[in-house]
Design a protein around this ligand. Structure first.
Ligand code: NAD
Ligand code: UDP
Length: 339
């Protein structure tokens, strides 16, 4: 059976990907230091799939731990989610971000090389396109200058992986450039569980809906967009998780390093998110228009056609699915995995 090491597998996107991998018949080994997640998520993954996975609590920066993982499990490929992801925090503690995301990724690929495992799917981000490229973003566009340190860590790792693959044709690497993941598993059993005050729109909005926060601030309503609020390409986390299974299948049969956008291709505004959430779920969201947030781009979205052509992947779930499933998760788990 093909065995996949999933770093950061207890996290938001990782846990949904574990469900899809197990359902597709893969063996799953998760390595996670639990710095932003809970083992409860993995227990729920096992319950949802009625399958077992192997969990190892450890850090991707720990070379000895990685060597032990590769020595004791015959790993065929790696999906690498582990890292820090809070944009604002990355401006305050940049070195912690470079340490976790860049040094951590280097440590992982070095351990892979020592173990002779050369197939890797890396969690990248649309932020690597920077501020200069017009939407829809296409993979053929040059990467730009990300507007924050988190984005730089993704860009640096992408470049490191590209160079490694150029120098050694044994590598087979997928760079998946995610747009804005939202939603949760349809069961409401697993979902996004941010620590502290959420930075991202959807967990903030659902915490307002459940009464944990008084109101949603919409950051800016004077952007040059249809309704003045920012536009993003929101993608259901289950669609995103399925893209990883297809990327793994692709990487088991190809070499080189290749980037794919994982988005819907639709630009949806922050206002539309709030209004549609209210309609779909019958919940009112108190809100205010607040000043623009530093570093936000007015609008960006994917051209997802390369993923369709080469991976056979396209987003299947709708905006309504995303908003209903986000609320279903939050409603059933008002305090996340602590409830
Ligand atoms: P998450 O924080 O829920 O998951 C990351 C997981 O990695 C957590 O379980 C955390 O405990 C673990 N981790 C962190 N540092 C680690 C380390 N040094 N060693 C071992 N484990 C470690 O985040 P997520 O939303 O699931 O994101 C997964 C990946 O996707 C990240 O690399 C993130 O940067 C990337 N990404 C996320 C988004 C998004 O909006 N959620 C968008 C683009 C890219
Ligand atoms: N946003 C908002 N209020 C919030 C959080 C986010 O208006 O409480 C807006 C933010 O300004 C951006 C969009 O929602 O235009 C998506 O932000 P998020 O942080 O979720 O993702 P990003 O696109 O920044 O990665």
């Amino acid at each position: 059976m093909t065995r996949i090491l999933v770093t950061g597998g207890a996290g938001y996107i990782g846990s949904h990907t574990c469900v899809e991998l197990l359902n597709a018949g893969y063996d799953v080994v998760v390595l996670d230091n639990l710095s932003n997640s809970s083992v409860e998520a993995l227990q729920r993954v096992e319950a949802l799939t009625a399958k077992k996975l192997t969990f190892i609590e450890g850090d991707i920066r720990d070379a000895a731990c990685l060597d032990q993982v590769f020595a004791s499990h015959l790993i065929d490929a790696v999906i690498h989610f582990a890292g820090l992801k809070a944009v604002g925090e990355s401006q305050q503690i940049p070195l912690a971000y470079f340490e976790n995301n860049v040094t951590g990724s280097l440590s992982l690929v070095q351990a892979m090389q020592r173990a002779g495992v050369y197939r890797l799917v890396f969690s990248s981000s649309a932020t690597v396109y920077g501020e200069m490229n017009p939407s829809p973003y296409q993979e053929t566009m040059p990467t730009g200058m990300p507007s924050n340190n988190y984005g730089y860590t993704k860009l640096v790792v992408e470049q490191m992986l590209e160079k490694a693959a150029l120098a050694d044709e044994k590598w087979s690497i997928a760079l998946l450039r995610y747009f804005n993941p939202v939603g949760a598993h349809q069961s409401g059993q697993i979902g996004e569980d941010p620590q502290g005050i959420p930075n991202n729109l959807m967990p903030y909005l659902t915490q307002v809906a459940v009464g944990r926060r008084p109101l949603l601030s919409i950051f800016g309503n004077d952007y040059p967009t249809q309704d003045g609020t920012c536009e993003r390409d929101f993608i259901h986390v289950v669609d995103l998780a399925k893209a990883h299974v297809l990327a793994i299948q692709n990487r088991l049969n190809n070499v080189g390093c290749r980037a794919w956008n994982i988005g819907t291709g639709n630009a949806i505004s922050v206002q539309q998110i709030k209004d549609t959430f209210e309609q779909v779920n019958g919940v009112e969201i108190p809100f205010e228009y607040a000043p623009r947030r530093a570093g936000d781009l007015a609008s960006f979205y994917a051209d997802p056609s390369r993923a369709q052509q080469e991976l056979g992947w396209h987003a299947e779930l709708t905006l309504e699915d995303m908003l209903r499933d986000s609320w279903n998760w939050q409603k059933q788990n008002p305090k996340g995995y602590q409830s």
